[in-house]
Write a protein that binds this ligand. Structure first.
Ligand code: UDP
Ligand code: UDP
Length: 452
């Protein structure tokens, strides 16, 4: 085929940091391959990420999604689904916009923006879905949705082996987002059905992961489900590391810890889920008891739960940061050697790419599945279990202290550190020229260009 004009991709992320940041990295990867890229943004996108002018950015204002509360999940899920549905208001504006742009080769839009599949069909443009999930979670959701339709899962916390993967034991509560409940007319069931139906009709899935990490699930998916999955990550290593011009105070703090040879645990629960006061206080007490140095990034609301007394008591050893930080910079700082994480998929990948082992404390959504993957499947983390050993309980401060010490100094922590170094190596290899993700992206661009 003779290529005359470069391909033009329109990228439309969902309105949250965790879904927008990877899309911005992907736009750089495409642009590096001479694809012209237009990204549609909204207020959830950090302007700092647009310092580069390699992409065109079009802003369609839309409010941010509601926070996911961890202590009252069901009503919160309903309001989240309502928010997702409300994005459909953008459909006429989106279609009008795409018509006015230079010819579009492909639309990559978030799985939550279900209606963009109808737009793509109407406009005759192939659409790729970006779900923000890995192959493990996508595969588990699809297998279990089919399984549950036969009514074989009874109690929410009863472990059962996953059909096709008998070594993996899950409970229904692991699958709270993708799991259709008994009522096929419920909001949740209807949402999952429409999400899957639109994804099935799409041209393919772009996945922020790499083949070597989860080839078994990638192969299973491509043999059993549609659309075809393309593993082209981890996106977080696409951005060349730029040394910070002005170092924020937390970098100086980490530098001092490195000098003093005091390894630091990084603690963060992501941007979307708000941990309950009880959960945060147990974590705070556990960190205090552990005697390990830590840097804890908290959201403004969470900061109000943490007492002045706590800050005084951990002064010098623990640093609380109540503002947006460069998480990748923290994870790559030599002083940091562990990550207490909610297991959002971006955080997991950023940790793996920095060679930092994880203490998994999942809160909502597919974070529970990511924790299973991190701990049981890849072996790059330890699990922080709640008192009642279910996905919905609250962790105990003593357990926090014990597991923090285990990750940072214990034997299982040493095993994790060894494994995560291997995974880091293979993640970087996948993204290098000729690596699996590099090849996959080349093939993907060629494929969609051929469809035009
Ligand atoms: N690949 C992928 N999804 C697929 C098929 C392939 O992500 O459905 C990626 C995968 O990373 C693999 C690379 O593309 O390493 C090459 O795959 P393929 O099997 O098509 O090529 P071959 O291994 O036969 O050269
Ligand atoms: N992040 C960041 N600085 C912060 C908080 C978060 O850079 O202060 C980034 C983090 O590096 C990751 C994303 O925000 O890329 C969060 O995505 P993730 O999937 O881990 O979790 P979510 O926020 O979607 O639950």
């Amino acid at each position: 085929m003779t290529i005359t004009t470069p391909p033009h991709f329109v990228l439309f992320p969902f309105m949250s940091q965790g879904h927008t940041i990877p899309i911005l990295h992907l736009s750089r990867m495409l642009s590096d391959r001479h694809v012209s890229v237009t990204v549609i943004t909204n207020s959830a996108t950090k302007s700092a990420l647009f310092k580069n002018n390699f992409i065109s950015v079009i802003n369609i204002p839309f409010p941010d999604p509601p926070a996911l509360q961890t202590n009252d999940k069901s009503p919160c899920m309903a309001s989240f689904i309502n928010y997702i549905k409300s994005t459909k208001q953008l459909q006429p504006e989106f279609e009008q916009l795409v018509r006015t742009l230079p010819p579009v080769t492909c639309i990559i839009s978030d799985g939550f923006l279900i209606w963009t599949q109808d737009s793509a069909d109407k406009l005759g443009i192939p659409r790729l879905v970006f779900s923000g999930m890995n192959m493990f979670s996508s595969t588990m959701f699809n297998i279990m949705d089919n399984f549950n339709q036969h009514g074989e899962v009874r109690s929410i916390n009863d472990p059962f082996p996953v059909p096709g993967f008998p070594r993996i034991k899950l409970t229904a509560s692991h699958l709270e987002i993708g799991f259709k409940d008994d009522d096929p007319k419920s909001e949740g069931s209807d949402f999952v059905l429409r999400y899957q139906e639109a994804t099935d009709r799409s041209y393919g899935m772009v996945v922020n992961s790499f083949y070597e990490l989860e080839h078994e699930f990638n192969d299973y998916w491509n043999q059993n489900f549609v659309p075809k999955a393309w593993l082209v990550g981890p996106f977080c290593v696409a951005q060349p590391h730029a040394p910070m011009v002005e170092k924020p105070s937390w970098v100086h703090w980490l530098d001092k810890k490195l000098e003093a040879k005091e390894p630091v645990l990084y603690v963060s629960f992501g941007t979307q889920a708000e941990a309950s006061e009880k959960e945060l206080l147990e974590v705070a007490d556990g960190l205090e008891m552990s005697n390990i140095s830590f840097i804890w990034v908290v959201k403004p609301k969470e900061l109000t739960f943490i007492s002045v007394g706590f800050r005084e008591r951990v002064k010098g050893r623990g640093l609380l940061v109540g503002e947006w930080v460069d998480q990748v910079e923290i994870l790559n700082h030599e002083a940091v050697s562990g990550f207490l994480s909610h297991c959002g998929w971006n955080s997991v990948l950023e940790s793996l790419c920095a060679g930092v082992g994880i203490l998994a404390m999942p809160l909502v959504a597919e974070q529970h599945l990511n924790a299973v993957m991190v701990v049981d499947e890849i072996g790059v983390g330890l699990r922080l279990w709640p008192r009642n050993m279910t996905t919905r309980g609250v962790v105990d401060s003593k357990e926090v202290a014990k597991m923090v010490v285990e990750l940072m100094e214990g034997d299982s922590g040493k095993r994790v550190k060894k494994k995560v170094k291997e995974v880091k190596e293979s993640a970087h290899c996948a993204m290098k020229e000729g690596g699996s993700s590099w090849q996959s992206l080349e093939m993907l661009i060629d494929n969609v260009y051929g469809v035009m």
